[in-house]
Design a protein. Structure first.
Length: 127
């Protein structure tokens, strides 16, 4: 495993930890560990920047999908300061995954995320 591969996988692990944090204090800590202070998140449904706005977007996802967790699908693919990966949102109760997508992240020099560009491949009807 190259240093870049480890760096990309580590960034994605911190990213998913943030998305799976439900407690507000744990979420704030996980967002700060995953994103640089001026980091941003953009997908078809939202565009936010800074730790507070990112944490609010994550909390909103948990409100919309209570009892669901994000999990990595496949492997993280990256080069230089950019990586892409697929994920799905899985029900803790029955394992169904109504939402799936892929994200492209750009990393800052310290290994935290500068930008996320998210794409949604699967959404439930009416979402």
């Amino acid at each position: 495993m190259s240093a870049d591969t480890h760096r990309h996988e580590s960034a994605v692990a911190r990213y998913l930890e943030a998305w799976n944090s439900r407690d507000p204090q744990a979420l704030a800590k996980a967002v700060a560990a995953a994103w640089s202070p001026d980091g941003s998140y953009t997908d078809p449904l939202t565009e936010v920047s800074g730790h507070e706005q990112i944490a609010a977007a994550i909390s909103g996802a948990h409100t919309q999908f209570p009892g669901f967790s994000f999990r990595l699908l496949g492997v993280v693919d990256g080069h230089h300061d950019i990586a892409r990966f697929s994920w799905e949102l899985v029900s803790d109760a029955d394992g169904s995954a109504p939402v799936a997508g892929f994200d492209v992240i750009a990393l800052a020099d310290d290994g935290r995320i500068r930008t996320v560009h998210g794409f949604l491949d699967r959404l439930p009807a009416g979402a």
